[in-house]
Ligand binder design. Structure first.
Ligand SMILES: Nc1ncnc2c1ncn2[C@@H]1O[C@H](COP(=O)(O)OP(=O)(O)OP(=O)(O)O)[C@@H](O)[C@H]1O
Ligand SMILES: [Mg+2]
Length: 724
């Protein structure tokens, strides 16, 4: 529906600096966009701009940044210039009767002339002019701008996606660098810098590069409460493709984007999904223009449900899947943020795989070395490096709230309660903890098998620049990037996250039985192996120790990033921590060792005190796990660590009460000596633990028999100790 402009639009002709009151601005918002009121910092930004002040505005994706320049364009006679790599939303504006146009050097001369004619008129009808950063750099356009400014008609320069100006950002675009001259060329025109992704370093870079003068800096929280964050572990799945297929099918007929690292993965995945009845298409720069625009059209008019790998955008995207790990938290935030821009419940699902991680690390290391070789700073690659990628890895591999991790990576201090169980780690803590333990095992296996295949395929992809837009973001916006419908499809966030091949819906008793059987098998196999002189499969290899050391090293570095003041030698400290794990559990087999390493990593990722870490490493004796369980609330634990801890307690009790009389211990631990209090108690086998509990339960109703039991060793608990 076309609307006639409100009389307000003409108020500025004589009085350009006249203040538009809040009420008038709200009226404009309601009239033109149908929104009842301003959101977040919108009004503050608008008021600053209308008063002629520069403004730096940080808002999450979908936060409504566009409104900060669209309303000023409607509030004053004249033109608001919008510099953006995307022209999303232009059609929607036109449909609302707002005189917005896009000008680029790639348009037909006929179209360009029409726009120029309008701009030359005494009172142009255009109020919002979208241009690419390239156009700004052309002398012809700059002199046109100066003329418009000379006539007092240039009200504002809005630089959208302003982080693209910073080579510290994840999406650096050399063309944005040219915007640095704007301030000098058009001195008294207020500049508004808008971004959803700015770590403090990028923020400063944007403000400095655009030469903003005493800007009003507005920062909103990056939290996207309507997005449910989840990570699924490819290494624990039989078939990640099939899993993704199930997710998309069970979500119903909703709009989704799947990001992949390489174009071939996009094509394969798209073919696979299509074969499985999901309407879907690949969309990447490797396709010819005709195909690209037909895919885009089909997606826009909902003929297809899913696009794989794309930079295109719709407001009603319900699911964003990353089929490969993104290269940084910023990139992840930006892309996952394409879900739920209409504020309705949506979902971000990341498929994490060790192969993918290794591939990305390799790519980043090549990019890094290429960058070092090149003295040209405008190489198109950002200064993002492997250390930024580690944050992304921590998001996937670390314990604790995913939302908190995202927000903390942007320097926002938040409590985990903010999440309100809207990430898998908060909603299903023990299940996620279990996956992470299983993942540790899987990583060790992959480590043994080597990664040479992954690396060689990555080299090919890198050399052939075969990445999807997901990696290669230097493509300029094509005129086809349009925001579309505001359709308000209801969406129920898909339920049920248990899908690991390790997880079955078994009750606790069945689980206990399974564990007991597994343990029996373990000892049986161990005996056979010994007889046959075969190497112990449960032995802890040097490679495994190295990988554990690396995990601890990463965790220490992250703790340093998080806490700031960690005065320890990282290498030496990781060795101390790993040695501690090995000393305690080296003989007990892999699973105990893993679990101890995982506990330490968890402690490093959650502790809020750098001093605590320094002390621990300084003393080098105490177990962080002991610390956590004693001093703080326990963090989410896996079934096995819970059982493990319970088992330790139980053994303590058994040892204390029965003086070890009924346990045939092969350790040199003496329960009654004072030494026992400081040393970790010997750990019984799982069956031993379960049976000792069972026997206790049996004993309880028969108090009279209790004495007798103390003297007659229970046959169930008469098993060897695990520590040997
Ligand atoms: N005050 C408001 N009330 C309700 N909805 C709003 C308001 N302001 C903006 N919106 C809506 O929010 C959605 C996102 O707005 P917009 O595209 O401006 O976000 P953005 O911050 O630019 O996001 P991105 O970083 O993804 O570009 C749009 O559908 C827009 O109409
Ligand atoms: Mg925007």
């Amino acid at each position: 529906m076309k609307k006639s402009p409100l009389p307000l639009q003409n108020l500025g002709a004589k009085d350009k600096r006249r203040k538009c009151g809040r009420e008038a601005l709200v009226k404009l918002l309601r009239w033109n966009f149908g929104h009842p009121d301003f959101r977040g910092n919108q009004l503050e930004a608008i008021e600053a701009i209308l008063s002629g002040r520069d403004c730096f505005c940080l808002m999450p994706t979908g936060g409504g940044k566009s409104m900060c320049y669209q309303i000023p364009a409607l509030a004053k006679t004249g033109i608001v210039l919008v510099i953006s790599p995307l022209i999303g939303g232009l059609m929607a504006l036109k449909e609302k009767g707002i005189a917005a146009e896009f000008l680029s050097s790639t348009q037909t001369s006929q179209l360009r002339n029409k726009i120029h004619e309008d701009l030359d008129r005494g009172q142009p009808s255009i109020c919002l002019l979208y241009v690419t950063p390239e156009l700004i750099a052309t002398s012809g356009f700059m002199s046109k701008l100066k003329k418009i400014h000379g006539r007092g008609l240039l009200n504002l320069i809005a630089v959208d996606e302003a982080h693209c100006i910073s080579s510290w950002g994840h999406d650096f675009r050399p063309s944005y660098r040219k915007l640095s001259s704007l301030r000098n060329q058009l001195q008294d025109v207020p500049i508004l810098a808008l971004t959803a992704t700015a770590v403090p370093k990028v923020q400063k870079d944007v403000i400095d590069s655009l030469n903003l003068q005493n800007p009003l800096v507005l920062k909103s929280s990056f939290n996207r409460p309507n997005i449910y964050y989840e990570v699924r572990y490819k290494d624990l799945m039989d078939d990640a493709y099939a899993d993704l297929c199930d997710v998309l099918k069970s979500a119903g007929d909703v709009c989704a984007i799947v990001y992949c690292l390489e174009r071939t993965t996009c094509d394969d995945l798209s073919t696979h999904l299509s074969k499985n009845g999901i309407s879907c298409a690949a969309y990447h720069a490797g396709l010819n223009n005709k195909l690209r625009s037909s895919v885009l059209d089909d997606w826009i008019c909902s003929k297809i449900q899913v696009v794989v790998a794309t930079g295109i955008d719709r407001k009603d995207v319900r699911i964003v899947c990353h089929f490969n790990i993104p290269k940084s938290m910023e990139a992840f935030y930006q892309e996952s943020g394409r879900a739920g821009r209409d504020q309705l419940p949506s979902r971000s699902l990341l498929y994490y795989g060790v192969d993918d991680r290794k591939r990305m690390e390799f790519i980043l290391s090549i990019a890094e070395s290429k960058k070092l070789q090149s003295s040209d700073s405008e190489h198109g690659l950002s200064k993002k490096s492997t250390s930024d990628f580690n944050l992304m890895v921590e998001y996937c591999e670390g314990f604790g709230c995913r939302r908190k991790k995202i927000l903390e990576s942007f320097g926002e201090e938040v409590s985990a309660s903010l999440c309100k169980k809207s990430c898998d780690a908060c909603k299903h803590p023990s299940l996620v903890a279990k996956y992470l333990e299983e993942l540790t095992t899987a990583i060790a296996v992959r480590q043994r098998n080597g990664f040479s295949k992954i690396l060689s395929s990555s080299t090919d992809a890198f050399e052939n620049e075969n990445f999807s837009e997901f990696w290669n973001r230097n493509d300029e916006a094509s005129g086809s990037e349009e925001d579309i419908s505001d359709s308000e499809d209801g969406f129920e966030v898909a339920k049920g996250i248990s899908r690991s091949k390790f997880s079955k819906k078994t009750g606790i008793n069945e689980k206990i039985e399974l564990l007991q059987r597994a343990e029996e098998n373990y000892y049986r196999n161990k005996a056979h192996d010994k007889q046959a002189n075969r190497p112990d499969k449960n032995a802890i290899s040097g490679a495994l120790r190295e990988s554990s050391k690396q995990r601890l090293l990463d965790a220490l570095k992250h703790a340093h990033q998080r806490l700031g003041d960690l005065k320890v030698d990282f290498e030496a400290s990781s060795t101390i921590l790993e040695n501690e794990c090995f000393k305690k559990y080296g003989k007990s087999g892999k699973s105990f060792y893993y679990s101890q390493v995982a506990s330490k990593v968890r402690w490093l990722s959650t502790t809020s005190s750098a001093a605590e870490i320094t002390n621990q490493i300084g003393t080098g004796i105490k177990s962080p796990l002991e610390n956590i369980t004693r001093k703080e609330e326990p963090s989410p634990q896996t079934v096995s660590t819970i059982l493990h801890d319970e088992r330790k307690n139980e053994v303590n009790k058994v040892i204390g009460e029965q003086h070890c009389g009924d346990i045939e211990s092969k350790t040199s631990v003496k329960a009654s000596t004072p030494q026992m209090q400081t040393k970790l108690p010997a750990i019984p086998s799982f069956s031993q633990f379960v049976n000792s509990r069972k026997s206790k339960e049996m004993q309880q109703p028969k108090a009279s028999e209790e004495k007798e039991h103390h003297h007659s060793p229970n046959k169930h608990t008469k098993k060897r100790m695990r520590l040997q």
